[in-house]
Design a protein around this ligand. Structure first.
Ligand code: HEM
Length: 613
């Protein structure tokens, strides 16, 4: 699968003093504050903190590797547009940064591409610079969503966009120079309120002003920041268009009919918003865009798309395939898209094989503001669930081996294999018992600070824990009720209830080998005693039954360790919430204490009582 981030920015490490060069004040400059860190200044005014990813290609690539991003499309920062400056200054400035962008890309091992910027206040100069840049290796252009009072339906800008289509240049529209700033002096409102509105204005102006009708369909144009508030307010626009002639503008079609004429990026920071955006714009019109490496950019690029519940085919469209179309890059084949994310050399990497970026996106604290310890709480539980998965995997294999051993008593291989895998299960469980201590570094007060956010989620709903119990033989149908909210988990547990358990497989193998006989009409108690005596007889003839005794010892140890897990869990619960009720509605630790007597293989314990000297 290709992963391409089409919205991110760069800043060269240094550039000439533009104020001195042009003899006018308030040009952007960079002030390095400490190794790897700098501030962008506008004249003497602080504008933004940045770090070395802005100018260091190797830093960028290392961060791209971590995030599983293959290709970045860099663009300058809108403060450099200079649309309000004399055209010769804006052109010189654009050329400076356009050439710097290509220098950065040249050191980017083929993984960095760039969009140029142009002096859009002068259409002729803008077209010329675009053509120069396209010849030099840029893939397109980043423009602001307005030039002073001119919106994107301005005839001059439409001419420029026409030229972009002719030059096969992709266009990224970035909001800038936000309106109403005198009313938004605080709280970063120009970013949080102004930018979405500016972007929406850019799209609406192009639609209602008839720009799309005048432009060729081959124009590839994308609006940053998810198209701002456009998708969410499209209904409002449509309604006005239908009911008020004055809101018609000069477009030929209804606003919703232009959605196939432009793209938007995915920088909306909320999975529900992303889903809505995709529903509105269509799966082919949303591209991965992160605003990296700026402080308000997506922290782990692509995480929003990856962690959404969009279908895998949509995710791969958003992550890369749509960008390939937007940038006119060669398409990866459908077969390639189902493979793990390839690196530059198209070989598996540590990160793509282990799906590290996806894994690191799966922690979603609920507390607001986020409580520091909630991440630990989530990660510890997730780690348990991963180990539960491995335990189920191994114990299923133990069941199969024991069943095969029963079918073929002459062969010892299956018994050895069962014992070997059981040894792994006991080692994993030992780690699971130990792991509670990590959670005990969380103060009870800290847990209480976010516990309320977790209700009614509870350990009762751990499907895999219950599966483990059912698989080992402790089948309690009543526990299914906690899984009603998740029908898939419910169905899986129902399947486990019906399947032969590890307990069944072990004793059925002994029956098949003639080491256990149970009369058909035997009572439950008599069956239990017969099973315990069969185990006893194995231990009494150690020489002949070494392999089976090994299995018995491993099963006993596993049983013991699971009780150890229950005990440590109770200690943790009491340490953190005392004797409070659980979020799942039980009496808490006093309920959990009742589970301490549960054993998977009571006959193995009973056999010990029956042994005589
Ligand atoms: C602060 C830490 C924890 C607290 C306060 C806590 C509390 C509880 C409580 C009170 C219950 C009883 C059910 C209920 O009413 O909700 C329970 C059950 C459970 N918890 Fe935890 N728990 C903690 C950590 C963990 C961890 C790390 C795991 C690891 C997977 C875990 C797994 C379970 C399981 C599987 C059950 C069901 C046990 C059974 O039915 O036998 N808990 N927990």
């Amino acid at each position: 699968m290709s992963v391409i981030d089409i919205h991110n920015h760069f800043f060269p490490r240094a550039w000439p003093d533009l104020a001195a060069r042009y003899g006018t004040p308030n040009w952007p400059s960079i002030k390095h504050t400490e190794p790897g860190k700098a501030d962008i200044m506008i004249g003497d005014r602080f504008f933004r903190h940045i770090y070395s990813a802005c100018w260091d290609p190797l830093k960028r690539i290392a961060e791209m590797d971590r995030a599983g991003v293959e290709l970045q499309l860099l663009s300058a920062t809108p403060v450099l547009f200079a649309y309000d400056r004399p055209v010769e200054h804006a052109l010189d400035c654009a050329q400076l940064f356009n050439d710097a962008a290509l220098e950065l890309c040249a050191q980017g091992k083929g993984r960095l591409k760039a969009l140029c910027q142009v002096p859009l206040q002068d259409v002729e100069a803008a077209c010329k610079e675009l053509s120069r840049c396209m010849r030099a290796g840029h893939l397109g252009v980043q423009i602001g969503n307005h030039v002073g009072e001119k919106n994107l339906d301005d005839p001059g800008i439409v001419t420029f966009l026409h030229h972009c289509a002719d030059e096969n240049a992709a266009v990224l529209v970035h909001p800038w120079d936000m309106f109403g700033q005198s009313r938004m002096p605080k709280y970063m409102m120009p970013w949080t309120v102004g930018m979405p509105a500016e972007t929406q204005l850019g799209i609406v102006a192009m639609i209602l002003g008839g720009a799309f009708d005048k432009l060729p369909r081959s124009l590839r144009i994308c609006f940053a920041h998810g198209g701002g508030s456009f998708a969410f307010l499209l209904g409002r626009l449509q309604n006005a268009w239908q009911h008020h002639p004055v809101a018609h503008g000069s477009c030929e079609l209804a606003p919703k009919d232009y959605l196939n004429r432009f793209y938007v990026d995915s920088a909306v920071f909320d999975t529900r918003a992303l889903k809505y955006l995709v529903e509105t714009m269509g799966t082919e019109r949303v591209l991965l865009g992160s605003d990296y490496p700026f402080p308000l950019g997506e922290h782990r690029v692509g995480g929003l798309i990856r962690s959404s519940d969009l279908p895998p085919s949509t995710k791969s469209r958003l992550l890369g395939e749509n960008a390939e179309e937007f940038l006119n890059l060669p398409r990866t084949t459908p077969t390639e898209s189902s493979q793990p994310i390839p690196s530059e050399s198209h070989q598996l990497t540590y990160s793509s094989y282990l799906r590290v970026p996806e894994l690191l996106q799966l922690q979603h604290p609920q507390s607001r503001p986020q409580h520091h310890d909630e991440l630990l709480f989530i990660i510890v539980h997730q780690t348990y669930e991963l180990w539960f998965k491995e335990l189920l995997h191994d114990l299923d294999a133990v069941v199969t081996n024991l069943q095969d051993a029963g079918k073929n008593p002459e062969s010892r291989d299956e018994v050895y294999e069962a014992a070997r895998l059981l040894r792994r299960c006991t080692e994993i469980t030992r780690v699971l018992v130990e792991q509670f201590t990590i959670l005990e570094t969380m103060l009870p007060t800290h847990f209480l600070a976010f516990r309320g956010k977790l209700e009614p989620a509870s350990g009762f709903q751990s499907e895999q824990f219950r599966e483990l119990e059912f698989l080992c033989g402790l089948k309690d149908e009543k526990m299914l009720r906690y899984h009603r909210p998740t029908p898939e988990a419910y169905a899986q547990l129902e399947r486990r209830l019906k399947e032969p358990s590890l307990h069944d497989a072990f004793f059925e193998a002994l029956c098949a080998m003639g080491k256990l006989q149970i009369a058909d009409n035997a009572s439950e108690r008599e069956r239990f005693d017969a099973r315990a005596r069969a185990v006893l007889s194995l231990y009494r003839d150690e020489h002949s039954n070494r392999d089976w005794i090994d299995v018995c010892e491993r099963l006993t140890e596993f049983d013991e360790l699971v009780v150890g897990w229950r005990l440590r869990h109770i200690q943790l619960v009491e340490r953190v919430i005392g004797t409070r009720m659980g979020t799942g509605g039980s009496a808490g630790s006093s309920y959990l204490k009742l589970t301490l007597d549960k054993k998977f293989f009571p006959e193995l314990w009973e056999a010990r009582t029956l042994l005589t000297e």
